[in-house]
Design a protein around this ligand. Structure first.
Ligand SMILES: Cc1cc2nc3c(=O)[nH]c(=O)nc-3n(C[C@H](O)[C@H](O)[C@H](O)COP(=O)(O)OP(=O)(O)OC[C@H]3O[C@@H](n4cnc5c(N)ncnc54)[C@H](O)[C@@H]3O)c2cc1C
Ligand SMILES: *[C@@H]1O[C@H](CO)[C@@H](O)[C@H](O)[C@H]1NC(C)=O
Ligand SMILES: *[C@@H]1O[C@H](CO)[C@@H](O)[C@H](O)[C@H]1NC(C)=O
Ligand SMILES: *[C@@H]1O[C@H](CO)[C@@H](O)[C@H](O)[C@H]1NC(C)=O
Ligand SMILES: *[C@@H]1O[C@H](CO)[C@@H](O)[C@H](O)[C@H]1NC(C)=O
Ligand SMILES: *[C@@H]1O[C@H](CO)[C@@H](O)[C@H](O)[C@H]1NC(C)=O
Ligand SMILES: *[C@@H]1O[C@H](CO)[C@@H](O)[C@H](O)[C@H]1NC(C)=O
Ligand SMILES: *[C@@H]1O[C@H](CO)[C@@H](O)[C@H](O)[C@H]1NC(C)=O
Length: 513
């Protein structure tokens, strides 16, 4: 008790968790130099409760700035007073218990690529940094692996590759395994094996009060259901067991660049592939609109990727319709192994996608099919956006990863929305800009929403849906979590049961009522 009180002394409330005085403006003074002495005293009290590799970092420590830079900052900039770099499951429990007892807000951080502005609602408190929980171990039998809650895709991919295995994870090396998974997890392997969340066998979760539970289909199955679709709202995942698969083949990757005049002919080709009953589950289609001034000085171009797990000869029939559209540039990479795939598709640690400290923003729309009228309208807005030098490295993501594996899973078996399980397309402007002035931020949101509405204008009466991990915090609950009454009621009920005090309320929040 003594120790806990000492830790609580520097926090802006009394020992009963009640806000005792008004906080200084932490958004402009996150260094809190004036409190250095109190913070040091607190460190001295919490440290002995933690494992020897855990570290507590304060605003005036050397590591502080590096721990606060995000893949999406400065736009996303939660206000922390302290970072606890946990190294064991027990460290997570100890830290969460302390936060619970004293009503201290906290936010878990793994890959730092969360980009919803609701993360900025953290008023002050603790960053629980998970990066020391970064191990991947293939389990006996070789069908599953146990993966730490702070593991990046870069790490899991390499650890598994060394054993000729792969797991269903996202595309960017710098993003965590758990972050995408809890909201779905779009992957190059989804057409074969379902979303990342369809491949989780069990998870160790620290609840808001510090209690550790194992969630699986056999243990706390209701929490396991909620975890798979809305997991960011329920607890801290310290480790999880994931399905892993033997790597069979290398990939053939075509990079095709079209000028903008091909919009009306290219999108129908993609639709045709998607609706083809013979679309193979080892074919991945994705692309971006992007500015490449050397190719087109006036307009963004369409840089399209046709990736096929197999040889160039096997891939030929699937790329043929795309070649017939008439790309300006065609490049083919053959014998690409699963590690190289991240580099060839420009999603590796050094890629533009993995830049840190530029503001990054999405504004996703999940769609039943491409509508060329909408595409042209969205392209006009994207052209205006990227004509502005502040925003000219932005891209428009056009993802059609394939849906067979995703649709093979019973939609009622996880909390993931029905729309997410059914719609084959994610369209998402990824807007990047330097700096943090409010005028530029407002312009970015306005452009993003205009592009999204252009896409939505073509879907008729279909539900307007945004992948929760591509949401920016302006969407309605239903737009992210689905429109079925039973599903949203169940989700809210479980939120009330498992996180009654809404401690996990900073990521596209699920209300309890
Ligand atoms: C460049 C980029 C590439 C992306 N690529 C893909 C992709 O290929 N596929 C895809 O599906 N999505 C992708 N996304 C979206 C991605 O799923 C979300 O941005 C996700 O929230 C990122 O997770 P993170 O751990 O990297 O970020 P963080 O900001 O660290 O975490 C995001 C949220 O998860 C919570 N969290 C983190 N770790 C844990 C944990 N161990 N237990 C419980 N909660 C935790 C955090 O508290 C926060 O609320 C991408 C986003 C970006 C910006
Ligand atoms: C950037 O601006 C936002 C909103 O204006 C603010 O919440 C955030 O703290 C700022 N980030 C930095 C690093 O100052
Ligand atoms: C990965 O975990 C180990 C062991 O906890 C830790 O020493 C290392 O710093 C972690 N890696 C990163 C990049 O944080
Ligand atoms: C994949 O390609 C690499 C070279 O990039 C080669 O060394 C490896 O043997 C190939 N693997 C398979 C399964 O064909
Ligand atoms: C942003 O990160 C780069 C390294 O990726 C660094 O050189 C630069 O100084 C950083 N800028 C700011 C404003 O922190
Ligand atoms: C973005 O604008 C800057 C400044 O005008 C310019 O130097 C750069 O080449 C532009 N980049 C692209 C991709 O258009
Ligand atoms: C495409 O969207 C437009 C509105 O933007 C609509 O008029 C048209 O009917 C849609 N086309 C198809 C094929 O749905
Ligand atoms: C912790 O929270 C869970 C979920 O709300 C609850 O079931 C459990 O009883 C709580 N434990 C304690 C010790 O309060």
């Amino acid at each position: 008790m003594q120790l806990l009180l000492a830790f609580a002394a520097w926090l802006p409330f009394g020992s009963h968790g009640v806000l005792a005085y008004t906080l200084p403006d932490l958004s402009t003074n996150h260094h809190l130099a004036a409190r250095a002495a109190d913070l040091k005293a607190a460190a001295a009290t919490l440290q002995p409760q933690l494992s020897k590799n855990a570290e507590i970092v304060f605003p005036n420590d050397d590591e502080w700035d590096a721990l606060l830079i995000r893949g999406t900052s400065p736009r996303i900039y939660p206000n922390y007073n302290v970072v606890v770099q946990v190294a064991t499951e027990s460290d997570v429990q100890k830290t969460v218990q302390l936060a619970y007892q004293y009503g201290i807000p906290f936010l878990t951080v793994s890959g730092t690529h969360g980009w919803t502005k609701t993360l900025n609602n953290l008023p002050y408190g603790i960053q629980i940094n998970m990066r020391k929980l970064n191990t991947t171990v293939v389990d006996a039998g070789g069908k599953t692996a146990t993966v730490g809650g702070g593991t990046l895709q870069y790490e899991i991919t390499r650890a598994l590759f060394a054993k000729n295995k792969q797991a269903v994870t996202g595309l960017c090396e710098c993003v965590s395994v758990i972050g995408p998974l809890m909201g779905g997890g779009h992957s190059m392997l989804q057409a074969r094996h379902g979303f990342a969340l369809d491949n989780i066998v069990s998870a160790n979760i620290v609840l808001a009060n510090g209690t550790l539970v194992k969630a699986s289909s056999a243990s706390h199955s209701d929490l396991f259901w909620a975890l798979r679709g809305a997991g960011h709202n329920f607890g801290v995942v310290t480790s999880m067991q994931l399905n892993v698969y033997d790597i069979q083949k290398n990939w053939t990757v075509y990079a095709l660049i079209y000028d903008q005049s091909k919009i009306e002919t290219l999108f129908p080709v993609i639709n045709a592939q998607d609706s083809s009953p013979t679309r193979p589950s080892n074919l991945v289609l994705t692309g971006v609109w992007t500015r490449i001034p050397d190719i087109d000085a006036n307009y963004p171009v369409i840089a399209y990727t046709v990736a096929y797990e197999g040889t160039e000869a096997e891939a030929a029939q699937y790329v043929a319709p795309f070649q017939a559209v008439g790309p300006i540039v065609t490049q083919v990479s053959t014998n690409v192994d699963y590690v190289q795939l991240y580099t060839v598709t420009q999603n590796n640690l050094d890629s533009v996608a993995c830049r840190r400290n530029l503001s990054a923003m999405g504004s996703g729309a999940s769609l039943p099919s491409w509508n060329t009228t909408s595409a042209r309208a969205a392209f006009k807005v994207f052209t205006a956006l990227t004509a502005d030098a502040r925003f000219n490295t932005s891209v428009m993501l056009l993802e059609n990863y394939g849906m067979q594996g995703v649709k093979a899973v019973d939609p009622a078996s996880t909390s993931l929305s029905l729309e997410e399980r059914q719609f084959p397309i994610v369209a998402n402007p990824t807007i990047w800009w330097p700096g943090n002035d409010t005028k530029t931020i407002a312009e970015a949101y306005a452009y993003g929403e205009k592009i999204r509405q252009a896409w939505f204008s073509g879907v008729g009466n279909v539900n307007k849906h945004t992948y929760v991990n591509y949401a920016i915090g302006t969407e309605s609950f239903q737009q992210m979590y689905g429109y079925e009454d039973w599903r949203t009621k169940k989700l809210k009920g479980l939120k009330g049961a498992w996180d009654p005090k809404n401690k996990f309320g900073y990521y596209n929040p699920v209300p309890s009522k």
